[in-house]
Write a protein of this length. Structure first.
Length: 232
């Protein structure tokens, strides 16, 4: 692949120009993060039931003693035999972060509609240890905009009405807060490319010489589950 090659001083000047852009982006991201924290909350009064390693669990149980909860909505509908390879690409970044989130009073779980037995088997296959719950017996996925009826799948009902889901389940992350009285509030959800920053591998790929270098029409066509890449 042809690429400009220059001397050190010219390279340094180009890098300084990009650094100025990076600093502007960082400051803009700081402002965006502050605006996210300032969002109003909505109270969650529904009694959602999940299934986990210890049997039935409530949304309150997912907090596991913390005041904050982050849920990754993992694409794994009941009829599938394995989790979404793209969500699996994201999930490979989760394990190392759980302990750090816990230190900040944040519980982390993944939630899918597939039966818990399928989730547990797939988690073992992938070598993950983060907590994963089935929401198959409740409306949780539907209420938080990540699962859709057949009639909705071709309608602009995903990502706050900006995209058509095209399938029964989609990817997202949601955040919740539990106060000292036990009241639970939904504080944030992000869908589609809004979850990009949760993918550690992509953040490394973004600073590599060729960047993502993906087919713009099929951006993640190269992605495989980590035990499915060839050995060559």
């Amino acid at each position: 692949m042809a690429h400009p090659v220059v001397g050190h001083e010219e390279w340094l000047e180009a890098r300084r120009q990009l650094l100025a852009e990076e600093k502007r982006f960082t400051h803009s991201r700081d402002q965006l993060n502050a605006a996210r924290v300032a969002l109003p909350w909505e109270r969650v009064d529904a009694d959602y039931e999940f299934t986990g390693p210890d049997g039935p669990a409530s949304l309150h149980d997912l907090f596991d003693g913390c005041h904050q909860l982050i849920v990754y909505h993992f694409m794994f509908p009941p009829e599938w035999d394995a989790g979404c390879p793209h969500c699996s690409f994201w999930a490979d970044s989760f394990n190392p972060n759980v302990v750090h989130l816990r230190a900040r009073d944040i519980s982390f779980v993944a939630v899918s509609r597939a039966p818990y037995e399928k989730l547990a088997g797939y988690r073992e296959r992938m070598g993950w240890s983060f907590r994963w719950f089935s929401s198959g017996g409740s409306a949780f996925n539907y209420d938080f905009g990540v699962s859709f009826t057949p009639e909705q799948q071709d309608q602009p009902v995903f990502n706050y009405g900006t995209l058509t889901p095209g399938m029964s389940d989609r990817e997202a992350a949601s955040a919740f807060f539990r106060d000292d009285d036990g009241a639970i509030f939904h504080t944030y959800s992000t869908y589609g490319r809004g979850i990009d920053l949760l993918n550690g591998a992509y953040n490394f790929i973004d600073i590599s010489p060729l960047g993502r270098n993906e087919d713009p029409n099929h951006t993640q066509s190269w992605v495989r589950r980590h035990d499915e890449y060839g050995g060559d």
